[in-house]
Design a protein around this ligand. Structure first.
Ligand SMILES: [Zn+2]
Ligand SMILES: [Zn+2]
Length: 163
């Protein structure tokens, strides 16, 4: 799974199959600048986590992935919200009533999201969601968006269960 970053990412195709997605401090600074935000240490740290996570992450998961820090959870949450408001880290999944964030990507996460009933992880699926639901009458103009949530047991949990 790869996110299309809204900036030019440095990638190198070393001969054959190696694809390196680098996200460094300069990329993070540039994102913040474009979003009209000052560069601060917590914001850089949150961006680092979002760039490294291969799936949308909740506030709790950001804290877990960040490990030991000097910042309290509320500080991290405030910065997540700032990044969301700036359009840098939109909420791309609300599975189970939990907001999960990801770096803005070219397809705006209009693909399907899968929530695992075992580990609770939300994953981006490569497939585009196509749902054909016909809404008529006075509701026809009311519908703005549709959320499709796929559930089940993720490949990792299935594999662990079989081992
Ligand atoms: Zn799982
Ligand atoms: Zn996604």
């Amino acid at each position: 799974m790869q996110f299309g970053f809204p900036f030019e990412s440095r990638s190198s195709n070393l001969g054959s199959e190696v694809f390196v997605m680098a996200f460094d401090k300069e990329d993070a600074r540039e994102l913040l600048r474009r979003g009209g935000l000052r560069t601060t240490a917590p914001r850089l740290a949150v961006l680092r986590v979002l760039a490294d996570a291969p799936h949308p992450v909740s506030h709790k998961e950001v804290l877990e992935l960040m490990g030991e820090t000097d910042w309290d959870p509320a500080t991290i949450f405030r910065n997540l919200v700032k990044l969301r408001e700036a359009g840098i880290a939109p909420v791309v999944s609300r599975a189970e009533g939990i907001d999960r964030y990801a770096l803005a990507s070219s397809d705006e996460h209009r693909h399907a999201h899968f929530v695992c009933d075992d580990c609770g992880k939300v994953s981006c699926l490569p497939d585009k969601v196509t749902a054909s639901i016909k809404v008529s009458g006075r509701w026809a103009k009311a519908v703005r968006d549709a959320v499709v949530q796929l559930r089940g047991e993720c490949p990792d949990c299935r594999q662990a269960g079989r081992a």
